[in-house]
Design a protein around this ligand. Structure first.
Ligand code: CTP
Length: 408
């Protein structure tokens, strides 16, 4: 699966360093060439000899060993197709976020131009430290991809978030990135994410449970595949692509219309509120002696329907959340909205959808054809959505992947 790929693994000094021995083996089993760099402290947890034997390559530690005339940190950076830093300690994260290059690992990462995956592992209180979180956000903003630590029993005896994520997660993400061709290069893709927030007064609002995860997964995937991505989001996102932060449906409409004209594709993954309060009270509304109150709501514009009516060359994809009669409602909705594809999910299920990292969707086209995508990680779902809308399957069958609903 990874023949000819060069993986550079940077190990910093945390107890999870021992787990990276197995990660090296996972890559070697797939025929990748693996090179390892350690910070000096990492060698307190794992030996150079072990890493050397597993990777079958010299392990880099000192910065100023220059075997040929090329500075070592530059040759490491030039040679690799991806760099993985695992475990990434708070110290190493802090140095990278602040451009400090005081050992081979931090020097290489600063010269590295391709994808860097960072898998932090540390004590839960350290992970929650605001300075460390700020460093993480900064790294995200500059395009580093963070594979978040998991919750569990930590080596220090604490229970909480901080444990190195599962090795499969690091391995699968690296494989996806290495095998992702830049299939969407040259395309401008606009994606909306999150639930809109409709103010009632300065302290209250109407919204919904959308976490924005599906929209963000679509944006990350399109970006990794070379697209020029604009994410219009109600949730804060720091990434290497452009993010337009919005709040209400009206804000979102303005942002979508500004980006839509010269785009190739718009994906409306956001949960847009259908109604907003007619008047937003400038002051906090006081409790009255009445047992009930009414807030008058007015309809928000249907952004999807509107851009579908104005579209020229754009491919437009809607999402729909249904709690019953998914197929009938989706087929009716795609006709009503006029979009090219509609991705429907069943929100009555607790194991997928809102807030979950997983989803199970059915993609419809406007001819009534459909394709069910079984429950999987939102990133896998995002890849499949692009495959379907851009017909990227190996045999280039395009939308023949979608079958007539009746034949299912
Ligand atoms: N949508 C939109 N503007 C709105 C409401 C929805 O652009 N005012 C978009 C959503 O982003 C989504 C699609 O329309 O891509 C379908 O949203 P959904 O809430 O399922 O459909 P509604 O038209 O709101 O119908 P209903 O809530 O009655 O099912």
């Amino acid at each position: 699966m990874l023949s000819g790929k060069n993986i550079l693994i940077g190990i910093s000094g945390g107890i999870a360093a021992y787990k990276i021995c197995e990660l090296i083996r996972m890559f070697k089993r797939e025929n990748a060439n693996v090179r390892v760099i350690c910070t000096p402290n990492a060698l307190n947890f794992v030996t150079k000899l072990t890493l050397q034997n597993l990777s079958r390559n010299e392990v880099g530690i000192e910065e100023f060993e220059i075997p040929d005339f090329k500075p070592e940190h530059i040759s490491y950076a030039d040679e690799a197709d991806i760099m993985i830093i695992a475990p990434a300690t708070a110290n190493t994260i802090g140095k990278i976020a602040n451009g400090i290059c005081d050992n081979l690992l931090t020097s290489v990462v600063s010269a590295f131009k391709k994808t860097v995956l960072i898998a932090p592992a540390m004590n839960c209180n350290m992970w929650q430290n605001e300075i460390i979180q700020e460093n993480i956000q900064k790294l995200r903003k500059y395009g580093y991809e963070i594979i978040e630590p998991e919750t569990g029993f930590l080596a220090c005896g604490y229970q909480g978030v901080g444990r190195l994520c599962g090795l499969e997660k690091i391995f699968d993400r690296a494989v996806d990135i290495l095998n992702a061709e830049k299939k969407l290069a040259g395309k401008k893709i606009v994606i909306t994410a999150g639930g809109t927030i409709e103010d009632i007064d300065p302290v209250r609002y109407i919204s919904n449970y959308s976490s924005g995860k599906m929209g963000i997964a679509l944006a990350d995937t399109a970006f990794n595949q070379g697209a020029d991505v604009v994410l219009i989001s109600t949730v804060d996102v720091e990434r290497g692509y452009r993010v337009v932060k919005v709040k209400s449906a009206l804000d979102m409409q303005k942002a979508v219309e500004a980006e839509f004209v010269n785009s190739d594709c718009v994906i409306m993954a956001a949960a847009v509120a259908d109604y907003r309060p007619k008047n937003i009270s400038a002051r906090k509304m006081k409790k009255t002696s009445d047992d009930s109150i009414s807030i008058e709501l007015v309809k928000n514009p249907d952004i999807l329907q509107k851009i579908c009516a104005e579209k020229t060359v754009q491919t437009i994809v809607g999402f729909c959340a249904e709690s019953e009669n998914l197929i009938e409602n989706a087929k009716e909705k795609i006709q009503k909205k006029g979009c090219d594809f509609l991705v429907a999910n069943d929100i009555s299920r607790k194991d997928i959808g809102f807030s979950s990292d997983y989803n199970e969707v059915t993609i419809f086209d406007k001819n009534g054809n459909m394709l069910k995508i079984d429950r999987s990680d939102k990133y896998k779902i995002a890849e499949r959505i692009f495959e379907v809308i851009y017909g990227q399957r190996a045999d280039n069958t395009n939308n023949r992947e979608l079958c007539a609903a009746e034949s299912r």
